[in-house]
Write a protein that binds this ligand. Sequence first.
Ligand code: LMR
Length: 337
Amino acid sequence: MTTRSLLLALLALVISTMSLSAQAEDPIVIKFSHVVAPDTPKGLGAEFFAKRAAERTNGRVKVEVYPNSTLYKDKEELEALQLGAVQMVAPSLAKFSLLGVREFELYDLPYIFDSYAELHKVTQGPIGKSLFRKLEPKGIVGLAYWDNGFKSFSANAPIFVPADLKGKKMRIQPSKVLEAQMLALDAIPRVMAFSEVYQALKIGVVDGTENPISNLYTQKMFEVQSHLTMTEHGYLGYVVIVDKKFWEALPADVRGQLDLAMKDATDYTNQIAKQQNDQDLESVRRSGKTRIHVPTPEQRRAFKKALIPVHQEMAPRIGEDLLQSVYSETGFDPGAL
Ligand code: LMR
């Protein structure tokens, strides 16, 4: 070996050692922003993903989780994703029309799913996957559906029948289906960011809201809502989404491991979601601050009768074919009460 080639070999060794140590020192950072508390299905799922991602990539990826709207609120987090300020968010399905994708509002239709099992036929099946494809032209990749749970109405007055919500100002997420739902009850829908709801309830800007119990409890909304009725009239869940440019630029082996970490986190989240909500309902009950009412079968029928017509009203927005395919996947019969 000549001196020159020896020097070149040495140089190559130094460079590769430097880049290896840079790799060890500088992990790929994924900022994961969300709006709920850490001890909710989404909050726990995000932490679980962060842990698994680090394990599966041997520390090459560091997921930084920012809960409770600390970085961005509902609308801003979607803008931040598109601008590359964060790489991962998991908005609720009711917020996807902010991206110009209306079809996800099908999940907001009242009473469309009777159970997590029925819901999973859609989210974990071909329909769920086909909706992810609608995100690609927006520069977004859909990675997974994560559950929260079924929403119930709360207010500062008892709610037994649909007429009890007449004239009440009700906070909703930015979904036309949820707006139609409140109008069908003669309530007054008010779109508001999640982080503002507690205060709005407290000072009476709105009279009531709808939430899965984990959100009602962890945001302390129950402290400013005297009545909760377990209507369980609609579903609230998430899609974990990622910036497409960022995702596709990752080394293939890293992306593969992150896919596996996401699968682990999805199994975990969807397994704990119900138990988390059940546990939080118990905590609300024990607090003694909110009276909890379970509707009688007749009261439940009255809510269904008032709300199921929203499906047909919203079919042109969501897509008649899509709605029919969900009905046939779950066996939902819009005529049966
Ligand atoms: C809401 O705005 O009520 C929810 O979407 C919050 C969340 O992310 O669960």
